[in-house]
Design a protein around this ligand. Structure first.
Ligand code: KG4
Ligand code: ZN
Length: 363
């Protein structure tokens, strides 16, 4: 992708949209290649674990306590001083508004103090663009975004240019994993717990495959969650083996549905962009760390002639390196924001996408 600058850019990124307080420095060279100079993540998981999910007010207060030190650490780890920073980026949405305001206000103050540009980064765009940082992937590509708050299939045409093909009508995929874990008495966050227990189980419990075979590549996970609850109830009291089998069966149902929906999105992608378009599938967001899902997607990609790009797990879960990188991609194209840019709890990547029938607020 041609860039409008020919000097390397160093961008400080700040991430406070959920329960990770993070700061990072990334360099973007004139040829469009990126390098992570530092990547500091202070997780708040311990603060929220007792509640089985993220408590917004606790998260916002913790961001205030942790962010300054995380930024100082990011500068120190990169062996730089603040004068080396060419721009400051913050995740400005979507996410928990209290936390977002902490990050955005900090980034704006720093940009003002350093007299450098500010970039209000869409957290989902940061996940989307992460494959450019890790694999030098150019546009266009198909994106499967699967996190605690979002489940979407999108065509990524360029920075800031998305076409949404599918979304979830109810729960996000990570949320479904978290609820399944809670239901089975496992810890938070639930995805890694479900995956670990599934390793000792067999997928021998019949669960539904919601939306499988539908022409539009949407998702629905609420029915699967309810079916899991019934299956668990029928087996109470649950032995360790029951829990393992329920986890394996749930994970298998998810892998099956995601494979089917992604294969459908690949067909639409090729119809829309033509057979000459780059065929690459990027999987991003916390759930991309799931190895069973990754194996299923490897097969779908192989069958449909797509290259699969999954950034490493530490860049799939929330971090500031991807925010800094999205900020650098924007800065290189002079897509900077003024200091009135707001933090936004909701911020869809494709605001023009037709509403998905039955979709809730997460669509
Ligand atoms: O992208 P992320 O770190 O935060 C959000 O922006 O939501 O994603 C967190 C989500 C959680 O729901 C977590 O349970 C899920 O990703 N997750 C996994 C795995 N690791 C994290 N889900 C399934 N399998 C995993 N190994
Ligand atoms: Zn995320």
């Amino acid at each position: 992708m041609a860039s409008e600058t020919d000097a390397p850019l160093i961008v400080l990124g700040i991430e406070t949209s959920c329960d990770e307080t993070a700061a990072a420095l990334v360099r973007r060279d004139a040829d469009g290649r990126g390098e992570i100079l530092s990547n500091v993540v202070r997780t708040q998981i311990d603060l929220h674990a007792a509640y089985g999910g993220v408590v917004p007010e606790i998260a916002a207060r913790a961001h205030i306590d942790l962010l300054d030190a995380a930024i100082r650490q990011a500068i120190a780890d990169a062996n730089l001083d603040f004068g080396a920073v060419d721009g400051v980026a913050a995740a400005a949405g979507p996410g928990l508004i209290g936390g977002l305001i902490v990050g955005v206000t900090t980034a704006k103050s720093m940009a003002l103090g350093l007299t450098k540009p500010f970039m209000a980064v869409n957290h989902l765009e940061a996940h989307a663009l992460s494959a450019g940082l890790t694999d030098g992937l150019g546009f266009p590509f198909l994106l499967l975004l699967v996190s605690g708050g979002h489940t979407q299939l999108l065509i990524v045409k360029d920075v800031g240019a998305f076409e949404r093909l599918g979304t979830t009508l109810d729960d996000a995929l990570g949320e479904a994993f978290d609820k399944a874990a809670k239901m089975l008495g496992l810890g938070y966050p639930g995805g890694p717990e479900v995956e670990a227990h599934a390793k000792h189980g067999s997928a021998n419990i019949k669960l539904p495959r919601p939306m499988k075979g539908r022409p539009e590549p949407h998702f629905s996970l609420a029915g699967l969650k309810t079916a899991l609850r019934h299956a668990a109830k029928a087996r109470e009291p649950l032995s360790d083996q029951d829990v393992a089998d329920l986890c394996a069966s749930f994970q298998e149902a998810v892998a099956d549905v995601v494979s089917d929906r992604t294969a459908r999105a690949m067909e639409i992608y090729t119809e829309r962009l033509g057979p000459g378009a780059q065929r690459a599938l990027v999987v991003a967001g916390g759930v991309a760390a799931n190895q069973r899902l990754k194996a299923a997607l490897e097969q779908v990609a192989r069958e449909n002639g797509f290259r699969l790009v999954v950034p490493p797990p530490e860049l799939c879960t929330d971090n500031a390196a991807i925010i800094a990188w999205a900020g650098a991609e924007r800065l290189a194209r002079r897509l900077t924001d003024d200091l009135s840019a707001p933090a936004r709890a909701r911020w869809p990547l494709d605001p023009d996408a037709p509403p998905a029938l039955g979709a809730g607020v997460k669509a």
